[in-house]
Design a protein around this ligand. Structure first.
Ligand SMILES: [Zn+2]
Length: 222
């Protein structure tokens, strides 16, 4: 018995390149594609320690493919999620196919989510990379947006770090349109307008005692 295996031509197997009609370049004037560049160093007086400085400004292209609607939504001030037409589960960050075994990898459909969320869990950052040091302490929340079955991470602003609670209601606040770049940093979380913090308790006090020195330290930064 013989079997014949035929390969489709390359043209049949790959979709045509899309045409990109909207293009924006907001690259700062001083960034050049040089790859990894040593831009300086410092050596201690006793010459026992050396620090070197690298500039890593390679240009990267991120192809979002099927997920593109999520990122285009951010430019428009929308949170786009996906939903399974069979079971109704929905997700942000998006899934292209349903996760429930009974749905047999059903393809999901796009849905616009409300700009509301609920805290699933959170952490308070008391240290960060150099670019964010002056904004410390930073609350990083994992929140379920709208009806999403999975949580998404983003910063939680306009509240004390010790007042965050599990399940607390949040709103999603976007940057002004002209500052958006189609990244998750285009938005952040804030407490819902109707939310009020619960009274002080020992656990909240413990967190406050931990973060107050961070506020003091940040004041000393130039
Ligand atoms: Zn499903």
């Amino acid at each position: 018995m013989t079997m014949t295996v035929s390969l489709n031509s390359k043209k049949d197997r790959f979709a045509d390149q899309p045409n990109f009609s909207e293009k924006k370049d907001y690259r700062p004037a001083d960034v050049k594609e040089k790859g990894l560049v040593f831009v300086g160093h410092e050596i201690s007086d006793d010459r026992t320690a050396m620090n070197q400085f690298l500039h890593y400004d390679q240009l990267y292209t991120i192809r979002h493919g099927w997920n593109s609607k999520f990122f285009i939504g951010l430019l428009e001030g929308k949170i786009m999620g996906t939903r399974c037409p069979k079971c109704g589960d929905s997700w942000v960050p998006v899934r292209s196919h349903c996760w429930n075994l009974d749905c047999n990898l059903e393809k999901t459909e796009w849905v616009e989510m409300p700009l509301t969320a609920k805290v699933h869990t959170w952490t308070v950052a008391g240290w960060s990379g150099r670019s964010s040091l002056k904004r410390l302490p930073i609350i990083l929340a994992y929140a379920n947006i709208g009806t999403s079955k999975v949580a998404m991470a983003n910063e939680l602003h306009k509240m004390n770090p010790w007042d965050v609670e599990f399940g607390m209601p949040l709103k999603i606040v976007f940057k002004p349109r002209d500052q958006r770049v189609g990244a998750v940093t285009d938005f952040h979380f804030e407490p819902a307008d109707f939310w009020k913090p619960s009274p002080m308790n020992p656990e909240k006090q413990r967190i406050k005692d931990l973060v107050m020195p961070v506020y003091e330290w940040v004041k000393t930064l130039k």
